[in-house]
Design a binder for this molecule. Structure first.
Ligand SMILES: Cc1ncc(COP(=O)(O)O)c(C=O)c1O
Ligand SMILES: NCC(=O)CCC(=O)O
Length: 431
């Protein structure tokens, strides 16, 4: 038995399902999770000593690759000074200023400890600011596990094939209206009925949590117009896309400004951080300045701020996002060629350094089309890639991430493995 399997059965005795987040459980791919010993650059090493090229990147944060020396050095220095004070440090202002300078719609930003906290807090703020209660979310978008948002959510909810979560009060869920992603007329219909009740529309501007799906031409612009018309706040959940698709996130890439933005993943440089920010007038509603309460013992934690600052400093350098795009293009070209050669119904969807291979014969533009993917084929693909030393998110409905440390060699090795895995899928799934 592998050490990973041993550790997993031990973990299951003390931790529900053996994991601290369901997305890692490998349930949909009929396998057991690897236990990871260490990471370096584009690679992770499991406890059995096997080396993998990593496309999970801790689900997004590790855009610089694992254990970047500058981040490690900065963390070591900060650790000598102390890990938490529960009092202000200048590090918080430095990171906040970097976010404000980097993201055009953000005048002020509040640090929290996870993406979940960021979206929960942004919703409370939107409700407090507008005095309205309903929110609109898009099918298949995942915004963390806050009650209001665990409705028709992507990521683990979709992976496990469940509708939502037990324990969410029906009254709470009723305040959430769900419409399909990329569908403006569905949104307009909802606004006709609830024009004065909707505090916020929240979405992933480019989705990662039903797999990578891009907004249709003009979709984000229309969202901006409609929300403005009805006095509803537009919230871009950029937990995944922030500092990933561009330094200024999807809103920079598509040139559409939301009222509020949520962040996580990359701004914590691998440590637990989330944040929400936006227009000054709205952000001033947060306590102690305003009436919307939101707090955190470890919020703005100096270690987390340090990891975030040193990560963003490196991402600010000239050419970083072009480099990521080049890597994405190289991988895409290789995989598209494989898809042609193997002649298999697969859609390769990519924006910058985020991508998903949908085992799907039709275009994927929303949750319904994403769910039409062949999850059995994905499972075969996933396990073959793992065998070939490529570590992917263990679900069809997730984004893969390329880091700055994925070199030509790693990308070529991935393309080679992808060819073998597609062949295996074609044969075993009879595609
Ligand atoms: C778009 C998006 N929002 C929110 C979250 C929740 O973040 P966290 O897992 O840090 O709570 C995630 C990922 O988990 C995400 O991808
Ligand atoms: N796309 C899914 C995530 O980013 C979250 C991972 C987790 O919940 O463990």
């Amino acid at each position: 038995m592998s050490k990973s399997k041993e550790l997993f059965s031990e973990a299951k005795k003390y931790i529900p399902g053996g994991v601290n987040s369901p997305a890692r459980a490998f349930k949909a791919v009929e396998n057991d999770p690897l236990f990871i010993e260490q990471g370096k650059g584009a690679f992770i090493y499991d406890v059995d000593g096997k080396k993998y090229i990593d496309y999970v990147g801790s689900w997004g944060p590790m855009i610089l690759g694992h254990n970047h020396p500058a981040v490690v050095e900065a963390l070591q220095q900060q650790l000598m000074k102390g890990s938490s004070f529960g009092a202000p440090t200048k590090l918080e202002t430095i990171l906040a200023e970097m976010v404000v300078e980097g993201v055009s719609s953000v005048d002020k930003v509040r640090m929290v400890n996870s993406g979940t906290e960021a979206t929960m807090s942004a919703l409370r703020l939107a409700r407090g600011y507008t005095g309205r209660t309903k929110i609109i979310k898009m099918e298949g978008c995942y915004h963390g596990h806050g009650d209001s948002l665990l409705v028709e959510a992507g990521s683990g909810i979709t992976t496990l094939g469940i509708a939502g979560s037990a324990g969410v009060p029906a009254k709470m869920a009723e305040e959430t209206i769900v419409v399909p992603y990329n569908d403006i007329s569905a949104l307009e219909e909802v606004f006709k009925e609830y024009s004065q009740d909707v505090a916020a529309v929240i979405l992933e501007p480019v989705t990662g949590n039903m797999g990578v799906v891009a907004p249709k031409n003009g979709y984000l612009e229309s969202l901006r117009e409609i929300t403005k018309k009805y006095g509803t706040l537009l919230i871009f959940d950029e937990v995944m896309t922030g500092f990933r698709l561009a330094y200024g996130g999807a809103q920079e890439l598509y040139q559409v400004e939301p009222d509020l933005t949520t962040f996580g993943k990359i701004i914590g440089g691998g440590l637990p951080v989330g944040a929400y920010g936006g227009k000054r007038e709205i952000m001033n509603y947060i306590a102690p300045e305003g009436p919307v309460y939101q707090a955190g013992t470890l919020s703005g934690n100096p270690l987390a701020m340090t990891a975030g600052i040193s990560t963003l400093k490196l991402l600010k350098e000239e050419g970083v996002y072009n480099t990521l795009e080049e890597k994405g293009k190289l991988l895409e070209a290789g995989i598209q060629e494989n898809i042609r050669k193997v002649d298999i119904p697969v859609v390769f969807s990519r924006i910058g350094s985020m991508f998903t291979l949908f085992f799907n014969g039709s275009d994927v533009t929303d949750y319904q089309s994403a769910k039409g993917s062949n999850t059995k084929a994905f499972s075969i693909y996933f396990n073959k890639m793992l065998e070939e030393g490529i570590y992917l998110p263990p679900s069809q409905f997730e984004a893969n991430f390329i880091s700055l440390t994925h070199s030509k060699d790693e990308i070529e090795a991935t393309v080679e493995a992808n060819y073998k895995a597609l062949l295996e899928v074609k044969e075993k799934a009879k595609l």
